[in-house]
Design a protein around this ligand. Sequence first.
Ligand code: FES
Ligand code: FE2
Length: 423
Amino acid sequence: MLKPEDNDLLCRVGPGTPMGELFRRFWLPALMPFELAEPDCPPVRLRLLGEDLVAFRDSMGRIGVVEERCPHRRASLYFGRNEDCGLRCVYHGWKFDVNGDCVDMPNERPETDFKHKVRLRAYSAAEWGGYIWVYMGPAERKPPLPEFEWAMLPPAHRWQRKWHYNANYMQGLEGELDTCHTTFLHRVDDPGTLSPALVAATINWAKDGMPRLDVRDTDYGYYYGSQRDIGDGRFNWRLTQWILPSNSIIPQPKWPISSRAYIPIDDENTFVFGTSFNPEAPLTEADRAYLETGMGAAPELIPGTFEPVVNSKNDYMRDLEAMRRGHSTGIPGINNQDRALVEAMGPIVDRENEHLGTSDVAIIQARRKLLRLARELAEGKEPALPHMASAFGAKPLDVTTADADLDAVVARCRDRLGLVAAA
Ligand code: FES
Ligand SMILES: [Fe+2]
């Protein structure tokens, strides 16, 4: 359980909140490149960490991310004209460049023109690893872009999707750091609906529903090992990576595997950025076709939106007949199952009423670390990770071995974990 004041500290991310400030020390994925497809395309609304913003791509191809409301009389720049290297407010014509500088004030006479005194709040943006990223922290602390394994791969090696999660970011992240639920929530009656990687994984999950968890703190977050006894003196070890502030990389016995970032829109809404990738080879047609079905690591979306087709309004398409046949939930698709359970906890779960067990140790440690880092930052101690670009390259591991101890597994497989800066 968590005291209500700690739950608030963990979940609230608006301007000036301790956790919001911690998030503002990191580059965050914010948009898909197709949302700003070409120079001078229409601007898009972007709500991030509780701030209403507008993003646009100027005539030179540069990306601007600025506060939504015009500093003149607060009209929305979403309705602005994106032309000649700037975004022009359609109310009285003030125009701003990607840096937020006012470059034209056509309703003021030259002698009263004060455009050099007016600025829009503007944030740095960058295209990297298949997403458009935004940095919302102090300019003098802007870090290098994070070198996630998937971000360093050629585009043919990855598949990416963004979708709306109707709950606080931490609920989504805790679902990622909760290997134990896989045995129960994701039990299916028809392996034909799963990818080869998920078929292989579910066979292991079914053999042991009481995995032992062991967590190792690192500079970038932590990794934890879950040990499942699969018989004959062998163990299936899954080492999941948690990379600050809200990235997970889940292991699978086969490629592709998936990484997800839970990026707060505000305290009660999240965008998930899911990347499925194979570092060893380009994704095959079959890999992509499966990912497009929405049955695996990412949901299918209502066309033209970031809203999942399977959602709370249709009870996540729960099939009671499938449940009677033995399907765990009747809800189609792994990600849809996760999302159904997490969203139904409410927008911010009441953690003071929960009862955590030994299977929740990874969740407990993630909360503790986030709370500690947010408190330290509020006291003036900056987090180290944002400036350690290569530390973001940690990799998960799914391995079956006779090793009964996490450190023995790590010693054997250290080169496969990409640990450059483990504490
Ligand atoms: S409100 Fe934007 S120019 Fe007047
Ligand atoms: Fe899950």
